[in-house]
Design a protein around this ligand. Structure first.
Ligand SMILES: [Zn+2]
Length: 287
């Protein structure tokens, strides 16, 4: 991946978060105040402004679509592609609005509780719920919109797309990394390095699941897709993963891959064998 592509990718990842950071800062502040049992807390809750957060989430989805389109056009390298819609699919905008509504409802609950003088922990519970919805949906919806934009460009020029997972993605997403889908066609359902897939249905673009960080790119080189497949195998053999994924899942995935036979350097295979024998990877770290 070129530096330019990496930068674009980072931009997309922080885009949504930047727009809602003021809300998240407020939640952090509330957390700190809770630790100090500050009496100002109710006043703070009453000043949270849900509608502006809501508009930002829908705006972030629109902006992510544009970045996905520009990213894809850059990869193809033939300037602006004709026939690409200027806005994300209505379903995504609707999902952003639904998310705004859920966030707004939680915050309204918090305000009501603050007004009637509920204790601090009770008031904060819906605020944290709103924060969780926001963080999850920013990651998921923004990424989805960007990938849809990329797919729209690839479809318009008749190019296939390739799935790109992070090195420490989950065993399901890694199984999609480097997979190719023909123009307008979905990726197959049910791929996984794990014992069983939780997503049996075909999927048109990432995300595969909430908080999924996978991206889509127009396929301009089959070697790149092959390299992604090899990289995914190695991630499984090295146990690169997030703390949120059970160690057992990763060890069993490596065991399964070794049993199936895999093209990887001897040192990597030996490392995986030792981890499987021990029942754990020494580190979840990634390069
Ligand atoms: Zn993913």
């Amino acid at each position: 991946m070129s530096a330019e592509q990496q930068l674009a990718r980072l931009e997309r990842q922080i885009l949504g978060a930047a727009r809602v950071s003021s809300f998240l800062d407020t939640v952090d502040l509330l957390r700190r105040m809770l630790a100090q049992e500050s009496p100002e807390i109710r006043a703070r809750v009453l000043t949270l402004v849900a509608p502006s957060i809501g508009r930002d989430l829908a705006a972030a989805v629109g902006a992510a679509w544009n970045i996905g389109v520009l990213d894809a056009e850059k990869v193809i390298g033939e300037g602006r592609v004709k026939g690409v819609p200027g806005t994300p699919p209505k379903t995504l905008v609707a999902a952003a609005r639904a998310s705004e509504k859920a966030i707004g409802a939680e915050l309204a609950k918090a305000r009501k509780l603050a007004r009637v003088g509920a204790d601090v922990a009770t008031v904060l519970a819906p605020v944290f719920a709103a924060s969780n919805v926001l963080q999850r949906d920013v990651t998921t919806l923004v990424n989805h919109a960007g990938n849809k934009g990329t797919a729209a460009v690839a479809d318009a020029v008749g190019l296939s797309t390739v799935w790109v997972a992070e090195t420490n993605a989950c065993v399901e997403c890694l199984a999609y990394s480097g997979r190719i889908s023909k123009p307008g066609k979905p990726f197959p359902g049910g791929l996984t390095y794990g014992a069983k897939s939780y997503h049996p249905d075909p999927v048109d673009v990432p995300p595969l699941h909430p908080r999924c960080r996978c991206e889509l790119e127009p396929l301009v080189s089959r070697e790149y897709a092959d390299a992604l497949r090899r990289e995914a195998d190695r991630s499984v053999l090295r146990g690169f993963s997030l703390e949120s994924e059970p160690m057992r899942v990763r060890v069993e995935a490596a065991e399964r891959l070794l049993a199936r036979g895999v093209d990887a350097p001897k040192s990597v295979i030996a490392y995986a064998r030792r981890a499987v024998k021990r029942g754990e990877f020494g580190t979840r770290g990634r390069p």
